[in-house]
Ligand binder design. Sequence first.
Ligand code: PLP
Length: 379
Amino acid sequence: SPTPGRLVESVAPASSIQYNNRVYEMTSQGRDVITLSLGEAFFDVPTPYFDNLPAGRIHHYSHSRGLPLLREKLATYYKVECQTPVDPETELVVTAGSKAAIYLALLALIDPGDEVLILEPSWVSYVEQVRLCRGVPVQVPWYESAGDLERYVTPRTRLVIVNNPNNPSGHVLGRDELGALYEVAERHGLQVLADEAYNEFVVGDDRFLSCGTFDPHKTRTVICNSMSKNYGMSGWRIGYAIAHPDIVNSILTLNQHIVTCAPTILSYYLAENFDGILDMTRPQIRDVVTLRNGIADELTARGIGTMPGSSTFYLFVSLGASRLDSDAFASRLLEERQVSVVPGAGYGPSCERFVRVAVGSEPEHRVRAGVSAVCDWIE
Ligand code: PLP
């Protein structure tokens, strides 16, 4: 049988997606699974109508930088909502999901052997994407303070990845933490890849601060963001990168060889309905973050630990005294209780004693039933 190459052999599957695939298979067999593993919230947004879009264009390739109107909308969004000025002509590229934006940005920025600092807990794809670029992922355990980041810098360090707000903890980085990180980046000439996919999920007294505010000329910052979370449109596969024009051009060159352009029909629809959709999702975002934080408080009151955080729809729950490791915990919970969560191990070696519980894709009573099953197994 054919032998896969060494590069792909060095890459681990995405644990979150593996669990979700299992859920799709189980539900298609008629099994009722309480799904707390999906990395998205199921918002009520109307089914799109494409009738009024330009019929001759929507089925075809479009500009590989992204539709001009969509780029304009995204640039205005970053300027107004995230205090980061963006030139839609030169500083932004639309991609097929932000996963592609992050990968293309890494490809554009790092050379083989370059080290990339990744703060744990870290979204499951950073490490593997760095490996795909033949870079060297350097994971910083979650219990290290931000000040210790410098200890991990070597002459080969090229880039640090920041996920703010964080998947899976929900932690929102404040001005001091981001400022300290930028000081390290300045001192050592590092690039910063800021994954801001959950920026709308910051509510109450917290404030989201884009990395763009620390580096308005984007000399060392690439911002990646997405329609998947803020707009509840993960299946549309539309994301974007904001960067210095030279880096955008490099991403564009790569994009032209790998994906060509983001889905055209959906880009048209999104550009036309950009503000209206956000008006619909914002109140629902508030509700899901409030639910997340309420459940976090309830878990604390029961003596169950969660990693500190106040944003997103994720809870990173400590397994406490459970004798199961996170993989065994998640797979047995799925088989025996039909509740899907994601093992913490995929978020970094220091996260082995956690599972990720997402509260955005099920009605509240089912979320609570699922969380209760998780608690039964921890207590
Ligand atoms: N970044 C983070 C932190 C995520 O959690 C995800 C999805 O789960 C992504 C990026 C990728 O999102 P997408 O490719 O759907 O834009």
